[in-house]
Design a protein around this ligand. Structure first.
Ligand code: MG
Length: 167
């Protein structure tokens, strides 16, 4: 595969509304323009990755399998709109987790860059043109630590926001 630039997208607050540890597909509300945004990135030749902290697992709010189930559901809904996420990465850990199995200061938990680094290692990513979109300072810190530009999404229409980044 020829190296291509990548868009690293936070999930909650960027693709779907951050309603507080969303995990049930039935309760998911998409961000306006999210499928169109992903489809545009696909069309423009970007690899598209989701990088999401899921400390709800460490907090015992939902089992880790639920994260994968939600991501499969999101992928199916996006496919209906002609949009594709190339990989979903999540970090289930938290340093103060009530569940010992998930109590860890993890290199993959944003603001650490581990999820991004793992994707850069496993996929043919061209750094030039690659970027991250997040809705929190910790997202941008992870991008900075991975030496990628980060864009803070203030809400609104994600497709319009990405159109501006790519303009
Ligand atoms: Mg977020």
């Amino acid at each position: 595969m020829t190296p291509r630039p990548a868009a690293f997208l936070d999930r909650d607050g960027v693709l779907i509304e951050d309603t507080g540890y969303p995990h049930d597909p039935a309760a998911v509300r998409w961000i306006a323009g999210a499928p169109e945004a992903v489809a545009r990135l696909n069309r423009d030749g970007f690899l598209v990755f989701v990088v999401t902290n899921q400390s709800g697992v460490a907090r015992g709010l939902y089992p880790e399998a639920q994260v994968g189930a939600l991501h499969r559901w999101m992928a199916a809904r996006l496919a209906e709109a002609g949009a594709r996420i190339d990989a979903f990465e999540h970090c289930p850990h938290h340093p103060d987790a009530p569940l010992p199995a998930y109590r860890r200061a993890c290199r993959r938990r944003k603001p650490e860059p581990g999820m991004i680094e793992d994707l850069l290692r496993d996929w043919p990513v061209e750094r030039a043109g690659s970027f991250l979109i997040g809705d929190k300072p910790s997202d941008l810190a992870a991008a900075r630590a991975a030496r990628l530009p980060g864009h803070l999404f203030p809400g609104g229409d994600l497709a319009a926001f990405i159109d501006e980044i790519l303009a």
